[in-house]
Design a binder for this molecule. Structure first.
Ligand code: ADP
Length: 509
C-alpha cells in the first residue's frame, strides 16, 4: 500500500538527494532499484538507455522477477512502446500492455508472462535531448494513477540531472588523466606553485632536473627543496625567461607565468624548464671555433697585405699590376675587418671585456662624428645634433665609441647623396637614450627582424654596391646588452631609419 502523497514526496526528495550524490551511473541505477519502489509501485523496473550512435536504445532491467527473462538486445527507435515514448518525449500510463499496438514480444510479451498488466513509462530528458526512459510495470489489477505519473516525472528529472553530472565527472576524469599523462611523459620540467610558494604540481621531469626524489615536492614549500636563487627569483620579479644552472651541471631555460583565474584573481605561478645544454654546448663550440680561426687568419692576412704594399718597392708596376695591387689591398682590408669583427664579437659574447669608467657621452659623440666627418662630407650629407652640454655616464668608453661609429657609419653608408642625419641624446631618470636617425633607404619590413643577426645584410638593388661584413649591428647590440641596455630600430623603406639604444644609468642622469 502506497503512503500519502506528501509522504511520498518527502521520500522522493530523499531519493533525489541520494541520486545527486552518486557520480557513477551504476550507482544511480542501484539507488533506483533500492528506493524507487517506496514512491512508485512496481513489480518490474527497467532503465532504457538511448544509444546515439545506433539511433536506438537498450533495456536494462533493474528489479523485479521478470528481470532475468528479458532478452538483452538493441532496439530501434521505431520499435516498441518505449520507442514511441522516446520519439514523442511524453510520459504515458499504459493500462493494459496486451492491448498496446506497439507492444513487443521480447519485452511486453515476457512481462505479460509474469502476470504484469499495467505500465508507467517516463522519458528522461535533458533540455532538447532524450537520454532514455524509466519503465515501471505492475501486476494486475494495479493501475497507475496521475500521482504515480507526477512522482515518476520527478524521478525521471532527477535521473536526467544525475546522468548529466555523471557525464561531466567522466569528462573531467578523462581530461585529468590525459593531462597527467602529458605532464608525466613530457621532457620539459613543469612546476605550479600557489601564491604562498607551496608546490601544487611538479612533474617527474622537473624533479629529475632538480636532482630530487620523485614526489618529494608536492605540498611542500618550494624553498624547502630548491635553493637555486635563479630559479626562485623567477617567481619574485616578472621575469619572462632566464637560464638556470641545474645541480648536475646542465643548463635549462626557464620561463614563468602568473596564473590568473577567470575572475582576475592571482593564484600562483607556473614555470616550464627546458634542457638547453646541447644548444649551449653547440654555441660554445661555435664561438671557440670562430675565435680560433679568426686568430689564425689575422697573421696570414697581414702578411699578404704587407707584401702587396711593398710590391712597387721591387720596381715600377704597369697599370694592370697597379690595379691588381689595389684589389689585393682592398680585399685584404675587408678580410682584416671581418676577422676583427669576429674576434670582437667573440670577446663581447664571452662577457670578458667591459672596462667601466666615468666619461662625457656628449664629448664621445663629437669624437665619433669627427672621425666620420670626411665620409659624410664626401656624400654631401648634413649631420645635425641634438645634444645636452655634457652628460657623464659610467660605461666602457672604447666599446661605446664602437657602437656610435657603427650606427653613424651605417647612417652615412645607407643614406644616399645629400641625405640628412641626426644624432639625438635624451637623458631621463635612470636611463639615457641615444638616437641615430637618417632619411636614407630604410630597411624592408621582412628584413627588420634579422638585421641584428650575425652576417645578416639586406640584399636589394640599393645595397648592392655597399661593402660590409654584416657584423656591425650584432656587435653594437651585444655591447649595449653587456651594459644591460637595449637597442632597436624603426625603419620605413624609402623614408629612413632610426636606431635607438638605451643605457641604464645609476641615479638621475
Ligand atoms: P654591414 O653594414 O657591415 O652590412 P651591419 O650589421 O652594420 O652590417 O648592418 C646590417 C645590415 O643592416 C646592413 O647590411 C644594412 O642592410 C642594414 N642597415 C644597417 N643600418 C642601416 C641604415 N641606417 N639604413 C638602412 N639599412 C641599414
Amino acid at each position: 500500500m502506497m503512503h500519502e502523497l506528501h509522504e511520498r514526496l518527502a521520500q522522493v526528495s530523499e531519493i533525489l538527494i541520494t541520486l545527486a550524490g552518486s557520480p557513477i551511473p551504476s550507482q544511480q541505477f542501484q539507488v533506483l532499484a533500492d528506493y524507487a519502489g517506496l514512491v512508485v509501485p512496481y513489480d518490474f523496473l527497467a532503465f532504457c538507455l538511448v544509444d546515439e550512435d545506433s539511433e536506438g536504445y537498450f533495456i536494462f532491467p533493474l528489479a523485479g522477477g521478470a528481470r532475468d527473462a528479458v532478452p538483452e538486445r538493441p532496439y530501434t527507435l521505431s520499435e516498441g512502446i518505449v520507442g514511441r515514448i522516446l520519439r514523442h518525449r511524453r510520459s504515458e500510463i499504459i493500462p493494459d500492455l496486451a492491448l498496446d499496438p506497439n507492444a513487443t514480444p521480447d519485452l511486453e510479451g515476457v512481462l505479460r508472462g509474469f502476470g504484469l498488466g499495467a505500465a508507467l513509462i517516463l522519458p528522461i530528458r535533458q533540455e532538447q535531448k532524450v537520454l532514455g526512459a524509466l519503465y515501471f510495470a505492475a501486476q494486475s489489477p494495479t493501475t497507475y494513477t496521475a500521482s504515480d505519473l507526477q512522482i515518476g516525472r520527478l524521478l525521471a528529472a532527477g535521473m536526467a540531472s544525475s546522468l548529466e553530472s555523471a557525464r561531466y565527472y567522466q569528462r573531467l576524469a578523462d581530461e585529468r588523466s590525459t593531462l597527467a599523462a602529458v605532464l608525466t611523459s613530457t621532457q620539459d620540467g613543469v612546476l605550479v606553485v600557489n601564491e604562498a610558494g607551496v608546490v601544487l604540481l611538479a612533474n617527474p621531469a622537473f624533479e629529475q632536473m632538480m636532482g630530487l626524489t620523485p614526489g618529494v615536492l608536492a605540498g611542500r614549500r618550494l624553498v624547502e627543496k630548491v635553493t637555486d636563487p635563479g630559479l626562485l627569483s623567477l617567481f619574485e620579479h616578472d621575469q619572462q625567461a632566464m637560464e638556470v644552472s641545474l645541480p648536475d651541471g646542465r643548463t635549462a631555460q626557464a620561463g614563468a607565468a602568473r596564473v590568473i583565474t577567470d575572475f582576475g584573481e592571482f593564484v600562483g605561478w607556473t614555470a616550464v624548464l627546458r634542457d638547453i645544454t646541447l644548444l649551449k654546448e653547440l654555441e660554445q663550440m661555435k664561438n671557440d671555433f670562430v675565435a680560433t680561426v679568426s686568430h689564425d687568419l689575422k697573421n696570414p692576412i697581414n702578411a699578404i697585405t704587407l707584401a702587396a704594399e711593398f710590391l712597387d718597392k721591387a720596381g715600377p708596376l704597369n697599370p694592370k699590376q697597379i690595379d691588381l695591387q689595389r684589389r689585393i689591398l682592398q680585399t685584404g682590408q675587408y678580410m682584416d675587418e671581418l676577422v676583427t669583427d669576429l674576434l670582437d664579437l667573440g670577446k663581447i659574447q664571452a662577457g670578458l671585456d667591459l672596462q667601466l669608467a666615468s666619461f662625457d657621452l656628449v664629448a664621445l659623440i663629437h669624437e665619433a662624428l669627427f672621425s666620420l666627418e670626411t665620409a659624410a662630407e664626401r656624400k654631401e650629407q648634413e649631420v645635425k645634433t641634438w645634444l645636452p652640454e655634457r652628460l657623464m655616464i659610467t660605461a666602457d668608453e672604447r666599446r661605446l665609441k664602437q657602437v656610435l661609429l657603427n650606427l653613424m657609419g651605417n647612417a652615412i653608408k645607407y643614406t644616399p647623396l645629400r641625405g640628412k642625419i641626426c644624432i639625438k641624446v635624451v637623458a631621463d631618470v635612470g636611463k639615457v637614450s641615444v638616437m641615430v636617425q637618417d632619411d636614407g633607404m630604410g630597411i624592408p619590413p621582412q628584413d627588420l627582424p634579422y638585421i641584428f643577426d650575425k652576417f645578416y645584410r639586406v640584399q636589394t638593388e640599393e645595397t648592392k654596391g655597399i661593402r660590409g661584413t654584416g657584423l656591425g649591428l650584432a656587435i653594437a647590440r651585444s655591447i649595449v646588452e653587456a651594459h644591460h641596455g637595449r637597442m632597436w630600430v624603426d625603419s620605413t623603406p624609402g623614408a629612413g631609419s632610426t636606431f635607438t639604444f638605451l643605457l641604464p644609468v645609476s641615479g638621475g642622469a
